[in-house]
Design a protein around this ligand. Structure first.
Ligand code: ZN
Length: 247
């Protein structure tokens, strides 16, 4: 089965549409949302309707810190503008969308894979996986062979051979990476809706459970339109302009 892994959509309709279309062309049969469906962007209801429709057909989703805020549990560590958008988002969501967010689990286990938004070590603390040390802590907290997460907004792959420390492996464009069985893996998905690695294209990945291969993709989308909607909604200007910079 081919699984499309989508993290940090952040209410960016244009980016999600582009990734879903790309994933269709890549024959993805299932979708997994790795948290932060909302926050920062101007299309929270459309993104949630899409995630709810896909979930009704078997997609999986976990809770992100922005989702948790929009569902009524603010993350005190969030910066002022992020909190402001969460407060803007909440009254714009339908009752079913709020229920969907409130019902999202912090982690989901799926075969030898674990899906979680932040570090698997205390997932509700929203710790970032920034380096190999963080990746080791996250992998050390669970038994799953592969951990997929988001939260960082820049794609990164970590690998751990038996009795070895975790090492970093930078994913490069569109390569099929074999997640060999004798090792454990932690993949940080880049952000669909708000990349911060200097590349404005939407980031997502496809994992093939039969081949045990992972491919990180970058997908161009209508950045200007997503930024225009953020400005038109009266949200902080820089949240739109950063989309074009991928920062
Ligand atoms: Zn995020």
């Amino acid at each position: 089965m081919r699984i499309a892994l989508l993290a940090d959509v952040h209410a960016n309709r244009e980016a999600l549409e582009a990734c879903l279309e790309h994933a269709r062309a890549e024959c993805a049969e299932r979708h997994v949302f790795l948290g932060d469906l909302v926050g920062y962007g101007a299309d929270p209801e459309w993104v949630l309707e899409t995630a709810m429709r896909l979930s009704a057909g078997g997609a999986l989703a976990v809770l992100g810190n922005h989702d948790s805020g929009a569902a009524g549990k603010p993350d005190r560590a969030m910066h002022r503008d992020a909190r402001l958008v969460v407060e803007w988002t909440r009254p714009r969501l339908s009752a079913p969308a709020l229920d969907f967010l409130a019902g999202l689990p912090l982690m989901v286990e799926d075969g030898d894979r674990l899906y979680v938004h932040a570090s698997a070590r205390g997932p509700g603390r929203w710790d970032y996986v920034h380096d190999a040390e963080d990746a080791q802590l996250s992998l050390g907290a669970v038994r799953s062979r592969i951990v997929f997460c988001g939260h960082v907004h820049a794609p990164r792959l970590y690998c751990q051979a038996a009795r070895c420390d975790v090492a970093v492996a930078l994913p490069s464009g569109d390569d099929e990476i074999p997640l060999v069985h004798s090792r454990r893996w932690l993949a940080v998905l880049g952000a669909v809706g708000q990349p911060r690695d200097g590349n404005p294209d939407a980031a997502y990945a496809v994992f093939d459970t039969d081949q045990d291969t992972l491919v990180f993709y970058r997908v161009p989308y209508d950045v200007q339109e997503a930024a225009r909607k953020i400005r038109a909604a009266g949200l902080p200007e820089w949240l739109g302009s950063r989309l074009a910079q991928g920062r």
